[in-house]
Ligand binder design. Structure first.
Ligand SMILES: Cc1cc2nc3c(=O)[nH]c(=O)nc-3n(C[C@H](O)[C@H](O)[C@H](O)COP(=O)(O)OP(=O)(O)OC[C@H]3O[C@@H](n4cnc5c(N)ncnc54)[C@H](O)[C@@H]3O)c2cc1C
Length: 531
């Protein structure tokens, strides 16, 4: 039963126990789901006047598809975008859609496909909210040509925990690049995104023309992936992580592009944008512990590999088959049993091919079973301060959490990744150390500095940010003012929304001097210190 907390949250809260998709590291919090911008404003204002929760912290949450605890805040308030799930406008001619942050990528597909528009970037599940996609700056099989999600977002609206902000602040790449690129990949720590405007991608059908190649080892896998990057818009390898010796890194590579009308037969041409998003199967709620282990996964991997054709061309696959095969089974994450599973994803730069090979050797030598092992090449990085993708090789693995020796294996992988200038993905991480992460994300100090201005009281914090010390100044309600300069075109203080109107303020450097806004924010072009 929803309740209004003792300190009277303007939005009812409900006690919940939350995990991420990997079902490890649960924590308890109060869940608040604002149903309108006005409610979200009131909630964020309330959060700025501590103590509002036991821990004094809060974090946004979308559809809970990050693997670990990025969208959890123990003993705090979790701000769900679940009720902000309306598409506000959709221009069928241009493919520009404005939608609330809780709208899922699946909703965008359902709305867009009948008019020939698809999401510009789709992760391996479409059960991802727009807010979550932007906050993790998600990538898809087309990163080498399309970049990550934020590159297709033309603007978003965001609220800070501020007693003064009376309306969401609109951010574009041009008006406020710092805030834009801190929020893209910022894992919900810069504010609560309420809506975003996205440029969708034109398609002629909802089918993908797919070519499949089965490779015999890691060298062939990398060579084919590199070649396919030059020919296809989408490409990825599923790898058998338990294969060893001369089979190390053997894979099935699927690459393709959306089919054109000319590719379709008469029946398909009759309804070229057919799309059935329903999950076909539901996993049982209770799975015996240990069902997925090195023996069952070895069998499954071998069968999967052997069943694939050596070479197949131009197979028409549905969006579900090509992009989101796992969405076909509801709650498939329960198959790992009550212990859950850990996903590990790294990217290492081009030139580190020997290290990629070494990572396969480490995993197979440890016999660490992963059914979903995906290797791909990323294109150019975007400017996101904490965005994960950078040009190079990315490998994602799913391990049952109870796997023997998993901790030391992942520590070894971390060392390899750091030594080769790579990084792990915050939306998936569950165990990297704060010190290691600092080595992986050289722009973390910039992120922390900006954050200390946007949220000086350290209200926004997640279980992930605490473990990784992403904020450094959290819990400090008396944090000293830093300076956020803003950028050309911004005329209001992001934290408190105050407009720059007074000529005297302008000549004095235009700091935001409002008594309760400690941001020290200064509009573009004004004198500024501290950065
Ligand atoms: C099967 C599967 C496949 C996946 N494949 C990929 C893939 O191919 N590529 C990829 O990049 N990722 C992939 N992911 C990860 C997933 O895309 C990201 O974790 C994404 O962020 C999840 O979105 P969500 O709505 O569930 O957000 P949540 O998991 O609820 O939250 C994720 C982060 O976003 C923040 N956030 C959520 N909503 C808001 C908001 N309104 N305002 C501000 N911050 C917000 C949260 O605080 C949190 O830090 C996959 C996940 C699964 C389960």
């Amino acid at each position: 039963m929803p309740r209004t907390s003792a300190t009277s949250s303007p939005v009812p809260t409900q006690p919940v126990r939350l995990t991420g998709w990997g079902r490890i590291a649960p924590s308890r919090a109060d869940l608040a789901a604002p149903a309108s911008d006005a409610e979200a404003v009131a909630l964020l204002q309330y959060l700025a006047t501590p103590p509002t929760s036991k821990s004094g912290t809060a974090i946004p949450r979308g559809l809970g598809r990050s693997y670990n605890n990025a969208a959890q805040s123990a003993d705090g308030i979790v701000i769900s975008s679940g009720k902000l799930n309306n598409i506000i406008s959709f221009d069928h001619d241009t493919g520009v859609v404005e939608a609330e942050a809780g709208v899922s990528l699946e909703q965008l597909m359902v709305a867009g496909l009948p008019h020939g528009w698809f999401v510009p970037v789709s992760p391996g599940t479409r059960q991802v909210s727009i807010g979550g996609a932007l906050a993790a700056d998600v990538h898809g099989k087309n990163h080498h040509v399309a970049g990550s999600f934020a590159s297709h977002v033309t603007s978003f609206d965001i609220l800070f925990p501020s007693a003064e902000q009376g309306a969401p602040h609109t951010v574009t790449r041009e008006s406020d690049p710092e805030l834009f690129w801190a929020t893209a990949g910022g894992m919900g720590l810069t504010g609560f995104i309420t809506r975003a405007t996205i440029q969708l991608k034109r398609v002629e059908s909802s089918l993908v023309a797919v070519d499949t190649v089965k490779t015999k080892d890691i060298d062939e896998t990398m060579a084919v992936l590199a070649e396919h990057d030059t020919k296809y818009g989408y490409t990825v390898a599923w790898s058998d992580d338990l294969a060893r010796g001369k089979h190390l890194g053997r894979s099935i590579i699927t690459s393709g592009d959306f089919a054109t009308l000319a590719d379709l037969n008469d029946r398909q041409r009759h309804d070229p944008f057919a799309f059935d998003p329903r999950a076909k199967l539901a996993a049982p709620k209770v799975f015996p512990p240990g069902l997925l282990n090195r023996y069952s996964i070895r069998l499954a991997n071998t069968a999967w590999y052997l069943k694939a054709p050596r070479h197949r061309e131009h197979e028409l696959q549905t969006i579900s088959q090509f992009f989101h095969p796992l969405d076909g089974i509801r709650n498939w994450n329960c198959a790992y049993g009550p212990g859950g599973f850990r996903q590990y994803q790294y990217v290492m730069p081009f030139g580190a091919e020997a290290a990629v090979r070494k990572s396969f050797e480490l995993v197979s030598a440890q016999r660490a079973p992963s059914f979903v092992t995906v290797l791909k090449r990323f294109g150019k990085a975007d400017p996101g301060l904490l965005s994960f993708p950078t040009a190079g090789w990315t490998l994602a693995l799913d391990f049952p959490a109870h796997t023997r020796g998993l901790g030391s294996l992942l520590d070894e992988l971390d060392k390899l990744v750091v030594a080769n200038g790579g990084r792990v993905y915050l939306a998936k991480d569950s165990r990297v150390s704060a010190a290691t992460l600092e080595e992986m994300y050289p722009r973390l100090p910039e992120f922390r500095k900006l954050r200390s201005v946007l949220d000086p009281a350290g209200v926004l914090a997640s279980d992930l940010s605490r473990r990784l010390n992403l904020l450094r100044q959290e819990h400090r309600h008396d944090a000293p003012a830093a300076t956020y300069r803003g950028a050309a075109g911004v005329t209001s203080c992001p934290p408190c929304g105050r407009r720059r109107t007074s000529p005297s303020a302008r000549s004095a450097g235009s700091w935001c001097r409002r008594a309760r806004c400690r941001s020290g924010w200064s509009p573009p072009g004004s004198r500024s210190t501290g950065r």
